[in-house]
Design a protein around this ligand. Structure first.
Ligand SMILES: C[S@@+](CC[C@H](N)C(=O)[O-])C[C@H]1O[C@@H](n2cnc3c(N)ncnc32)[C@H](O)[C@@H]1O
Length: 246
């Protein structure tokens, strides 16, 4: 089992990625054409997308496998007088007896899943969608510039309240599974002493051009539209979103 989003990692994620950027948010919001729509966000994490959806009065629920991320999401909602409906659950098996008009998985989260789990998750998403419901998701693609880092290197220093968290990284690319296996290490330093250390697995499936579209089709999503969101993560950035229906 991979180690996901523990306390230190979640603190950093929340510091840098608390709320989705305007353009990204606007894009995903544009699919909510009716306030009666039921929306689900698997892998919702700290509610980066879910909380602003709730602020717009949208009926959205989410789930995740990180208790820490869910805790931060809940707290962020409560600070805004919202009570997020979020659950602990794995995307490959989550069921709650409900069906949704829209399921969204932003920010490349789906790439955290190796092929077998990706397949199981798509099958599960089909069972969670209403007839004619839509799945929106983004994946990470191989841009040809994979850089391996065999030994730990320091990549960042974060200052939170009076704490210093030092971030280290190492990276290995497995050509057969097309997984970029990144390990991130976070060390909480107080008075020059390491008080806490956390290592997180961050496996990323890098898809080749056209590959993910074929996977969607093989798994029963036949109507696919590929969108490009220019400046989606800030000026000069761009990402692709698959809009899919069975
Ligand atoms: C990079 S975060 C992104 C969170 C959110 N989608 C966003 O847009 O900010 C990825 C999240 O996926 C969750 N996750 C990873 N594998 C999962 C699985 N099998 N089922 C549910 N959640 C999972 C992690 O715990 C983490 O919170």
């Amino acid at each position: 089992m991979n180690e996901y989003y523990g306390e230190l990692c979640t603190q950093i994620y929340e510091k840098n990625k608390s709320i989705a950027d305007e353009k990204e948010l606007e894009f995903f919001l544009s699919f909510v054409t009716d306030k009666k729509m039921k929306v689900l966000e698997p892998m919702c994490g700290n509610g980066r997308m879910l909380i602003p959806f709730m602020e717009k009065g949208i009926d959205i629920e989410g789930f995740d496998i990180s208790e820490e991320m869910l805790r931060v999401c809940k707290l962020k909602g409560q600070n805004l007088n919202l009570n997020p409906n979020i659950y602990f659950g794995k995307i490959e098996e989550f069921k709650n007896g409900k069906n949704y008009d829209l399921i969204l998985i932003p920010f490349g989260s789906f790439s955290l899943l190796p092929d077998e789990l990706a397949k199981e998750s798509l099958t599960n998403m089909k069972t969670l969608l209403k007839e004619n419901g839509k799945l929106l998701l983004t994946v990470m693609t191989n841009t040809g510039s994979v850089k391996e880092i065999p030994d730990w290197i320091e990549t960042n220093r974060h200052y939170l309240d009076s704490n210093e968290i030092i971030e280290y990284k190492k990276v290995n690319y497995d050509r057969s599974s097309k997984m970029l296996n990144t390990k991130l290490k976070y060390q909480l330093v107080k008075d020059r002493q390491i008080e806490e250390s956390e290592i997180m697995d961050f496996p990323i499936r890098l898809y080749e051009s056209g590959e993910f579209e074929n996977i969607l089709k093989t798994n029963g999503f036949n109507e696919i539209i590929l969108h490009e969101v220019i400046d989606g993560y800030g000026e000069g950035s761009s990402f692709h979103v698959f809009e899919c229906r069975t």
